[in-house]
Design a protein around this ligand. Structure first.
Ligand code: URA
Length: 436
């Protein structure tokens, strides 16, 4: 990149001019090689944040970021599908949708993250299962993908190392909230992870990073454009995250709820979303010829119990105690469980996902500011938006490690749960909007 001129790239971006793909690739390569200073990179990120990038430039940035590290070649595996959620509260969909997709014909070799901010991460949830290993070697990861068809491990540090550095710099420079930068960050890791089809769940609302459904749809459509420009089959669901998904928030509680869902006894929103996303994985990966056939296949994987058996196979293969799937009472439990009661009669008008996440964090269920998380703690909603309630009726359950934290969490969760007029809107159906 002898002729690469970083100052010219910053100038052009600052003016909102069309950018040359080679200049963007030059930036990523030169930054990683130490030939672009942190100050220049920060200036460029701020210019992107203020002026945006067109879709072509966002694709070029993503491809360059993906290419600067390790890229997995999964081309020897059949019908590879990956899934990514932009993050929410109570989002245990990976634990349900991936076994469903695999039992219906896909291969899912997935690298997942830990909790980010107030949102939970799949790796932290899986580590709530005694013995479960998420730090697989590249060889173990591949072998399990070929043998079981399903593997979920923590993300390799070698995947998109440019994202690791740029993400840290974005945090320091208030440039996180830029659609093209978020899209490039997420998609560079997904492209490097090698699946031929990628299904995204882009969440909006109080418990999500995107505030509105329209903003989430713009991000979804940009990520689909980027993936398609790199030859991947793409689908993105735009889904609400104003109240938590399902009833349970907290690692052990979420594992239990995922297993209940795979037994056909889960919350309707979690089941609906998991079936829809897994059907999309099956269809896009070519494991089924039509959308209808894909939906039938995941429906059968659920009712036959084959998806639950697939999850158990993955848990055993990664060293976990699969007996917890048959008998969840073997999972670790918090010593104290108490309920919060409705102060009045009426209808639940809001269950603020962010507030519930903050209550779980206060109990020790998030990594923020701590060495380790407490997998046992959490909140189980007994009522959700639109449900009628009587005065004194339990509306949520708190699983706590101590009386002190129980009381703190009760106050925070109490503020998140609002009871309105009995004539308020009844329970609404969970809304899934597809973007491609
Ligand atoms: N998650 C990511 O991986 N990157 C972002 O920029 C935002 C959320």
């Amino acid at each position: 990149m002898a002729d690469f001129d970083m100052i010219a790239l910053i100038e052009a971006t600052k003016r909102g001019s069309a950018l040359d793909d080679r200049a963007i690739a030059g930036f990523v390569q030169s930054y990683m090689a130490g030939r672009v200073s942190e100050a220049q990179a920060a200036a460029w990120l701020m210019a992107v944040c203020l002026k945006g990038l067109d879709d072509g430039a966002a694709s070029a940035l993503t491809a360059a970021m993906a290419a600067c590290g390790e890229t997995l070649d999964l081309s020897d595996l059949a019908h590879t599908a990956d899934k990514h959620s932009t993050g929410g509260v109570g989002d245990k969909v990976t634990l349900v949708a991936c076994p469903l997709a695999v039992a219906a014909g896909c291969t899912v070799a997935k690298m997942s993250g830990r909790g980010l901010g107030h949102t939970g991460g799949t790796i932290d949830k899986l580590e709530a299962i005694p013995g479960f290993r998420t730090d697989l070697s590249a060889k173990e990861f591949r072998q399990q993908a070929a043998r079981v068809g399903l593997v979920v491990a923590s993300q390799s540090h070698e995947l998109s190392p440019a994202d690791r550095r740029l993400y840290a710099l974005r945090h320091e420079t208030a440039t996180v909230d830029s659609l093209p930068l978020i899209a490039a960050s997420v998609m560079s890791k997904k492209l490097a992870a090698g699946a031929s089809s990628i299904v995204l769940d882009v969440k909006w609302g109080r418990g999500a990073f995107m505030g509105s459904a329209d903003e989430a749809a713009r991000l979804a459509s940009l990520m689909c454009h980027i993936g398609a420009s790199q030859g991947r089959a793409m689908g993105a669901a735009v889904t609400p995250m104003n109240q938590p998904l399902g009833f349970s928030v907290g690692h052990v509680l979420e594992v239990r709820e995922a297993v209940e869902t795979l037994r056909g006894d889960g919350p309707s929103d979690l089941e609906a979303l998991s079936l829809e996303l897994s059907a999309k994985m099956v269809h896009l990966s070519g494991a089924a010829e039509s959308w209808e056939a894909a939906r039938d296949a995941v429906g059968e994987a659920l009712t036959s119990g084959r998806a639950l058996a697939k999850l158990a196979e993955m848990v055993r293969s990664q060293g976990g105690d699969a007996r917890v799937l048959d008998d969840p009472s073997r999972l670790p439990r918090a010593p104290l469980v108490d309920v919060l009661r409705s102060p009045t009669d009426g209808r639940i008008s809001a269950v603020d996902a962010l507030g519930i996440a903050q209550a779980v964090a206060r109990l020790g269920g998030s990594r923020k500011g701590r060495e380790a998380i407490d997998h046992r703690v959490g909140v189980r909603l007994l009522r959700k938006c639109g449900d009628p309630v009587e005065p004194g009726e339990p509306i949520l359950e708190i699983h706590a490690p101590s009386t002190e934290l129980l009381e703190h969490a009760k106050t925070i969760a109490g503020r998140a749960m609002r009871v309105g007029d009995a004539a308020g809107p009844p329970k609404a159906e969970f809304e899934i909007r597809w973007v491609s």
